[in-house]
Design a protein around this ligand. Structure first.
Ligand SMILES: Cc1cc2nc3c(=O)[nH]c(=O)nc-3n(C[C@H](O)[C@H](O)[C@H](O)COP(=O)(O)OP(=O)(O)OC[C@H]3O[C@@H](n4cnc5c(N)ncnc54)[C@H](O)[C@@H]3O)c2cc1C
Length: 384
C-alpha cells in the first residue's frame, strides 16, 4: 500500500519542517507548560505566535486575506501532524483562532474583521470566550447574563465562569440574554466586549496544577455600544454554533498528540527497572503500553473518519463527538499509566500532566454529553 501524499502536499510538509527547524526554539517549546504560572513564558509564547503569523504559519486553514494560507485538507492534516510532532505549543488564542474567528468571518462587519482578526492571529490581543455560567454549562442555552438595551448601548449584568484566559484577555466574545421571554435558544445575543471597560472584574481560578489558566468574570452594569454586537440581535445561538468551514483536519492533532506522549513515556521508562529487570521487558507493562498504542490507533481512525465525514458529507458531528470522547479517555489512561509506572519520583512533568488531564473529559463538551450524542446520532436511540 502506498500512503504517500501528492507532491504539492509533500512540498508543503518540507517547507513547514524546514521553517520549524530554523525557528522553533527549546525556550518556546518549554514555555508551553509554564504559561499559566510564569508571565515570562506567556510573553515568549505571544512573540512566537507573532513569528508564526508573520511567516504565514499561524492559522493555515484561514483564507489568505485574513493571514492564513487557504490550505487544502491534506495540507491541514500535515500541518496538524508536523506541528504536534515538533511540539509546537498551541496558540495562546487557540479558542479565538478555532472558535471565535469563524463567527467573526461569517457574521462580523468589515470593521470588526479588520480590527480583530490579524491582531488575534499575532496574539497582539488575547481573546476569551464567555459562554459557561454557574448554572449554564452543558446546557449553555440556559445562560442568564443579561444585556438590556439603553439608547445606543446595551447594559450587561451577570457572571461567567471557567473562561480560559479570562484574566488575561483584552477582548471577550460574550453570550448574553437579550430577550428573557423568548424560548431559551432564541433570546441570546453575542457581543465583542472590551475587557478594560468599567464594571468588569476577572478573578483567576487556580487549577489542580497550580496554573491560572482560566477565570470567573463578573459584569456589573457594563455599558457596551450596539456596534459591539456580533451577528443579529437575539441570533446568538447561530453565532455560537458556527464552525470554521475552512478548518477540516484539526482533529488530527488529537491522535498525533497522544502518540507523541506515548513515545515520551516509552523513552522515560527505558532506564527504569522492576524486579531487577528493565521495566520494558515486564509483560504486564508491555501489555499496558501495547493496549495504549492500539487505543491511539483507534483514535486515529475515528479522527480520520470525522475528517472524511466533513469532506464527503457524512455526519461529521457524530464522528467528532466519538473522537472527542475517546481522546479524553485515552488521554487520562495514558497519564494514569505514566504515573503508575514512573511513580512519585518521576519527572514532575508527568505528575502535572496527570492532574491536567482531568479536564479532558469536561472541556469543550463533557464525555457524558458526547455519549448522549453518540446514543442519538450513531445508534439512533430516542431522546430521554
Ligand atoms: C480546561 C477547561 C477550559 C474551559 N474553557 C472555557 C471557556 O473558555 N469558556 C467557557 O465558556 N467555558 C469554558 N469551560 C467550561 C466548560 O465548557 C464546561 O465546564 C462544560 O461545558 C461543562 O459544564 P459545567 O462545568 O457547568 O458542568 P455541568 O453542565 O453542570 O455538568 C455536571 C455533570 O453533569 C453531567 N451532565 C450534565 N448534563 C447532562 C445530561 N444531559 N446527560 C448526562 N450527563 C449530564 C456532565 O457531563 C457533568 O459530568 C472550560 C472548561 C474546562 C475544564
Amino acid at each position: 500500500m502506498d500512503f504517500s501524499y501528492p507532491p504539492d502536499t509533500e512540498r508543503f510538509r518540507a517547507g513547514l519542517r524546514s521553517w520549524l527547524a530554523a525557528n522553533l526554539t527549546a525556550e518556546v517549546v518549554d514555555s508551553s507548560s509554564r504559561r499559566g504560572t510564569d508571565d515570562t513564558a506567556f510573553e515568549t509564547l505571544r512573540r512566537w505566535n507573532a513569528t508564526m503569523a508573520d511567516a504565514g504559519w499561524g492559522a493555515v486553514a484561514w483564507p489568505e486575506r485574513y493571514g492564513g494560507r487557504g490550505a487544502t485538507v491534506l495540507e491541514q492534516l500535515v500541518y496538524a501532524e508536523e506541528t504536534t510532532r515538533a511540539r509546537v505549543p498551541m496558540p495562546l488564542n487557540v479558542i479565538g483562532i478555532n472558535n471565535i474567528a469563524p463567527a467573526l468571518m461569517r457574521y462580523g462587519t468589515g470593521d470588526q474583521k479588520d480590527r480583530f482578526l490579524r491582531r488575534m492571529l499575532c496574539a497582539d490581543d488575547i481573546w476569551c470566550q464567555g459562554m459557561s455560567e454557574p448554572e449554564a454549562g452543558s446546557d449553555l442555552a440556559a445562560l442568564r447574563t443579561r444585556a438590556v438595551p439603553d439608547g445606543d448601548d446595551f447594559v450587561i449584568d451577570g457572571q461567567k465562569i471557567w473562561t480560559s484566559l479570562g484574566h488575561r484577555a483584552d477582548w471577550c466574545q460574550l453570550y448574553t440574554r437579550t430577550d428573557p421571554r423568548a424560548p431559551k435558544h432564541r433570546g441570546i445575543t453575542c457581543f465583542l466586549v472590551d475587557m478594560s471597560l468599567p464594571g468588569i472584574e476577572a478573578r483567576p481560578l487556580i487549577t489542580l496544577t497550580g496554573a491560572a489558566d482560566f477565570a470567573e468574570i463578573f459584569f456589573d452594569a457594563v455599558r457596551v455600544p450596539a456596534t459591539a454586537m456580533l451577528g443579529p440581535r437575539d441570533g446568538g445561538w447561530q453565532v455560537a454554533t458556527t464552525t470554521l468551514s475552512h478548518e477540516r483536519a484539526g482533529a488530527a492533532r488529537l491522535y498525533a498528540e497522544q502518540q507523541v506522549l506515548l513515545d515520551d513515556l516509552v523513552a522515560a521508562l527505558a532506564p527504569v527497572r522492576k524486579n531487577g529487570r528493565p521495566i520494558l521487558e515486564d509483560p504486564v507493562t508491555r501489555c499496558r503500553l501495547g493496549g495504549l498504542s492500539v487505543r491511539i490507533t483507534y483514535l486515529e481512525m475515528l479522527c480520520r473518519r470525522a475528517i472524511s465525514a466533513e469532506l464527503h458529507g457524512g455526519d461529521a458531528m457524530a464522528s467528532a463527538s466519538l473522537a472527542k470522547t475517546v481522546w479524553g479517555e485515552v488521554g487520562q489512561e495514558l497519564a494514569d499509566t505514566a504515573y503508575d509506572l514512573l511513580g512519585d519520583d518521576a519527572d514532575p512533568r508527568w505528575g502535572r500532566h496527570r492532574l491536567a488531564t482531568r479536564s479532558l473529559t469536561i472541556a469543550g463538551g463533557t464525555t457524558q454529553i458526547n455519549k448522549n450524542v453518540t446514543a442519538g446520532r450513531v445508534l439512533g436511540l430516542p431522546r430521554s
